[in-house]
Design a protein around this ligand. Structure first.
Ligand SMILES: Cc1cc2nc3c(=O)[nH]c(=O)nc-3n(C[C@H](O)[C@H](O)[C@H](O)COP(=O)(O)O)c2cc1C
Length: 211
C-alpha cells in the first residue's frame, strides 16, 4: 500500500499536453470530485465550489483567458475550483444547518460550533476573509490531484489564468464566487515534460524532527 502510494505520486507530474482522444470515465471524474468534497476545512466551512465545464465553446474562451494553455481544451475534464464570496453572510448559518440536519442535533445544542464559526469569521476583515477562503480551496485541489494519481489519471493543476476573465466568462460574480485554480484531468499525450526527472527539495531539507 505505502509503496503503491509513493509509486503513484512519483508517476504524477503536472501534465502539459493531454491526449484529447483518451477520455477518463464519468465514474473516475466522480471519484475525484468526491475526494475533493470530502476534504477537510477550517471549522468545516467548505467555502468552495467545483465547476466542471463541459461546454466546448466556453472551454475555448477559458483557454484564451488561460494564456492559451492547450490543457484547458484538450483534457477530458476541466474543473474550476472557486471560493465563495458570501462567507460572512451565509457560511456560519449553513454550517449549523447541515450539522443539525446530518448529525440529528438540535440547533440550540450547536452553540459552541456557532460561536467558533462566527468568531473565526468575524476576526477577519474582508480582504483577509477572502484570503482565508482562498487558502481553504487548495486543500480539495491538492487532494483531487492525488486521488487522480492513485487512479492512474493525469492532472494539470493551474493558476496561470486571468481570474477576472474566467469569472466574467462563467458569470461567477452573480453566483457569489471567485475562481481560484483550475484542474484539468485526462491522460497524458506526447508530452516531453513526462520524461523529465522530478525536481524536489531533499527530504531532510523539507522535514525536520524535533526530539
Ligand atoms: C497552484 C498551482 C498552480 C499551477 N499552475 C500551473 C499553470 O498554470 N500551468 C502549468 O503548466 N503548470 C502549473 N502548475 C504546475 C507546477 O508548475 C508543477 O506542479 C511544479 O512545477 C512541480 O512539478 P510536478 O508537479 O510536475 O512534479 C501549477 C501547480 C500548482 C500546485
Amino acid at each position: 500500500m505505502q509503496e503503491k502510494i509513493l509509486k503513484a505520486l512519483n508517476w504524477r507530474y503536472a501534465v502539459k499536453v493531454f491526449d484529447p482522444t483518451k477520455k477518463i470515465t464519468e465514474e473516475e471524474l466522480h471519484t475525484i470530485l468526491e475526494s475533493g468534497r470530502l476534504a477537510p476545512s477550517s471549522i468545516g466551512i467548505e467555502p468552495w465550489k467545483f465547476i466542471v465545464v463541459e461546454n466546448k465553446e466556453l472551454r475555448q474562451k477559458l483557454r484564451a483567458a488561460g494564456y492559451d494553455q492547450s490543457k484547458i481544451t484538450d483534457a477530458s475534464y476541466l474543473i474550476i475550483i472557486a471560493r465563495r464570496t458570501d462567507v460572512r453572510q451565509n457560511i456560519a448559518n449553513e454550517l449549523i444547518e447541515r450539522t443539525a440536519d446530518i448529525q440529528k442535533v438540535k440547533h440550540e445544542d450547536l452553540g459552541g460550533l456557532r460561536q467558533m464559526a462566527e468568531g473565526g469569521i468575524s476576526r477577519h476583515d474582508d480582504q483577509s476573509l477572502d484570503t482565508w477562503a482562498r487558502s481553504q480551496t487548495y486543500i480539495p485541489f491538492g487532494i483531487m490531484i492525488h486521488t487522480a494519481a492513485l487512479l492512474g489519471i493525469d492532472a494539470g493543476p493551474m493558476e496561470g489564468f486571468s481570474a477576472e476573465q474566467v469569472d466574467e466568462i462563467l458569470g461567477l460574480k452573480e453566483k457569489n464566487l471567485k475562481s481560484t485554480t483550475m484542474l484539468t484531468l485526462g491522460h497524458r499525450g506526447e508530452d516531453p515534460a513526462a520524461e523529465r526527472p522530478k525536481v524536489r527539495r531533499k527530504f531532510e531539507d523539507v522535514v525536520e524532527f524535533i526530539k
